[in-house]
Design a protein around this ligand. Sequence first.
Ligand code: PMV
Length: 347
Amino acid sequence: NQAGRGSFTWSAPSNIALVKYWGKKQGQVPANPSVSFTLNNCKTITKLDFEKKEGKSDFSFDLLFEGKPKEDFKPKILKFFQRVEQYVPFLKEYHFTIHTENTFPHSSGIASSASGMAALAMNLMSLERELNPEMTDEYFYQKASFLARLGSGSACRSVKGNIVVWGEHKDINGSSDLFGVAFTGTVHPVFHNYQDTILLVDKGEKQVSSTVGHGLMHGHPFAQQRFAQAHENLSAIKKALAGGNVEEFITIVESEALTLHAMMMTSQPYFILMKPNTLEIINRIWKFRAETNIPVCFTLDAGANVHVLYPESYTNQVMEFIKAELVAYCQNSQYICDATGNGAIIL
Ligand code: PMV
């Protein structure tokens, strides 16, 4: 092997799904296709130091989060290494030191699993490229997404920008259940640099882990209809993106968010992941939109925080509205301004 020791640093962003992934099959295969905006400012930066060991014993790595050893992240990384080892068989030949940090506030309720797993996967691919320098960029990014998926499903959509599809879909050429692909369809300029202001409603620990959440779709009474709906919504959003149909976009995106939560409210056991302030914010967004005709909408992850989405040209008006009316519903008045971005980069 060429690479004895060295280090790489990758930055990978978070992403926000427009059509949601909720439910999976064996081997991190999604039950339905999803599409997301890659974000720009919410990122994980991970430096990977590697050093060849004597022999091939077991996985060995140290983990530092914001410069300090972080034991409670280690089981997740170990599980990731175990899952990907068959695809990157050199892992046990190295000792790794993983230095990781996020650009968004610690315990903000913003999940770092997508950006974190993507950043780590990029680093592993950089090491693989040291060993096989002739690999193509296409192979590099596709396999990085493939590996990231094994860490956290949605992480496979954080490798590329600005719109990424994960999961086989009839209208998306080259789409796969095994990795995310950059959306190559037409995107109307209104969707360029689309804004996402993330309102931090509840910064607490997630009530339901996404692993448990996906599991609740097994035997869920509405699962099959939901998976079919995601396919239809992906076709419809592709058309809306091409035609610049923001109204249709809003209908799909808000319905997807509420459906995700509806699935959790109708599973066994059932959960309500929204907070009263989540609903206050949604109602105020609807009222503002009705009164001003400004095409602003919301989406949600599997939690209480609200992503406020709008075209760049309305940034001033929407930010004024957010500060005047919505920040009051955020924990410690906290929010993050983000927009669509280009995916992972090496530093
Ligand atoms: O990547 P996971 O397993 O944490 O699942 C994330 C699922 C949602 O964020 C709720 C939806 C999505 O498509 O990102």
